[in-house]
Ligand binder design. Structure first.
Ligand SMILES: [Fe+2]
Length: 416
């Protein structure tokens, strides 16, 4: 099964690459009017822009690349635009990171197909004889080129994700890419501004049109890096917390993994999924305040111990709510031990008062507790976990969230 999927993916990648390469060569042969100045200037810009783009969760990157490619298409035609696009394929970070070669091949193929077809259609329609740059018909072709590129680019990428993750193409596309539709409008406007000023006043206008965007993009990249550095240091603290209690080693990472699976089953968007993973990693951060002698107690907890343990969601919440990019959902940490029927802690809130992320954390957390060995009992099997999840649905666990976890487990059991 896994081998078949890998083979289909490989065939897909090579087919995309070969089609992309053919379109690239076809354009170079059919449109010989390459602008050397265009290639150098726009090639340089796109190379800088691409290497300063910030990665998005799983779905590629936010980048102004296409705006630059499209401007070169409007100014110089398909052959220059396709070479500029070709240059954007070389990303130093990806080469240094040694990402697998088929990812390079796929990216190259899908960019060449998307930009190639958008360029060919554009060139057939766009009237270069019209003197008014803002001719509405011509502008509509620029917009058409932007969206042809967008749909081909995202559908081809969604295809690869769909094959490798075994999720329907439409689902992958809607949840990963649909939200980017308005952004394409911004890129088309940017291309129009770049090419209009370039035509009117010459190449130096690029300093005013593209560079500010590239700088904005670089600032965003720095912010993403800063965020990652902060998360890394927090993860170090989580490891220290887990080291205090040998029975929970690796617990937070596993809870994050299960939370992600549940979130995907519930079809949350990528931004929410990333936020949830970060929160799941930190959900037991508050245990940092619990006394070592309690955590390592071999027998059952007494009332006093329990009172101490019950404070950890509050302590964790107090820390996480101070982190800017996590605070919107920090309450999920506060409520991760609450139960639907109100019998949980620390506050005994119930039902819809508990946020969705907290309900997901609760199921992921309990599933991990069920399936790992504790001093007082052995690990339970997946079928036993399913029964337990079912029995406690609607009382301890949210019915939908527990249902999602049961579906995931059933699927995994059927596969093995
Ligand atoms: Fe906890």
């Amino acid at each position: 099964m896994v081998e078949k999927k890998a083979l289909v993916l490989k065939i897909y990648v090579y087919v995309v690459f070969l089609i992309g390469l053919s379109i690239f060569l076809y354009i170079l042969i059919s449109y010989k009017n390459i602008s050397l100045l265009g290639v150098v200037l726009f090639g340089m810009l796109i190379f800088i822009a691409d290497n300063l783009s910030a990665p998005l969760p799983k779905t590629g990157s936010v980048s102004v690349n296409f705006g630059i490619s499209l401007a070169s298409l409007i100014l110089f035609g398909p052959s220059t635009a396709i070479i500029v696009t070709f240059i954007s394929i070389f990303n130093i970070r990806e080469i240094i990171k040694r990402i697998p070669y088929y990812r390079h091949i796929f990216n190259a193929g899908q960019y060449l197909i998307s930009m190639g077809i958008a360029s060919l259609v554009f060139e057939l329609m766009y009237n270069r004889e019209v003197s008014n740059f803002f001719n509405p018909v011509n502008l509509s072709y620029i917009l058409a080129a932007a969206y042809i590129f967008f749909f081909l680019n995202t559908i081809l990428t969604a295809g690869a994700i769909s094959i490798s993750e075994g999720i329907g193409l439409a689902n992958v596309w809607i949840f990963n890419f649909a939200w980017l539709i308005p952004f394409q409008l911004f890129l088309a406007a940017m291309a129009i501004a770049i090419s209009f000023l370039y035509r009117l006043y010459g190449p130096f206008t690029l300093l005013f049109t593209s560079l500010p965007l590239i700088i904005a993009q670089y600032t965003y990249l720095l912010r993403v890096k800063e965020r990652r550095a902060l998360l890394n240091s927090i993860m170090q603290i989580v490891k220290i917390v887990e080291a205090k209690d040998p029975y929970t080693a690796g617990h937070s990472v596993r809870v994050a993994e299960y939370s992600e699976k549940i979130a995907r089953e519930l079809k949350l968007n990528e931004y929410d999924i990333e936020l949830l993973i970060n929160l799941a990693n930190l959900h037991d951060l508050g245990k940092i305040q619990i006394d070592l002698s309690i955590l390592n107690k071999p027998g059952k907890f007494n009332q006093e111990d329990w009172e101490e343990v019950k404070k950890h969601p509050v302590v964790g919440y107090d820390i996480v709510k101070e982190i800017t990019f996590l605070k919107s959902e920090a309450k999920s940490i506060l409520y991760h031990h609450e139960r639907i029927d109100g019998s949980g802690y620390p506050y005994g809130v119930k039902g819809e008062e508990i946020p969705l992320f907290a309900k997901i954390l609760a199921v992921a957390d309990s599933y991990d507790a069920m399936t790992t060995s504790r001093p007082y009992r052995n690990a339970r099997s997946n079928s036993e976990a399913i029964i337990e999840l079912k029995n406690n649905s609607g009382t301890q666990f949210d019915i939908n969230v527990a249902g999602a976890m049961i579906e995931i487990l059933k699927r995994e059991m059927a596969k093995s």
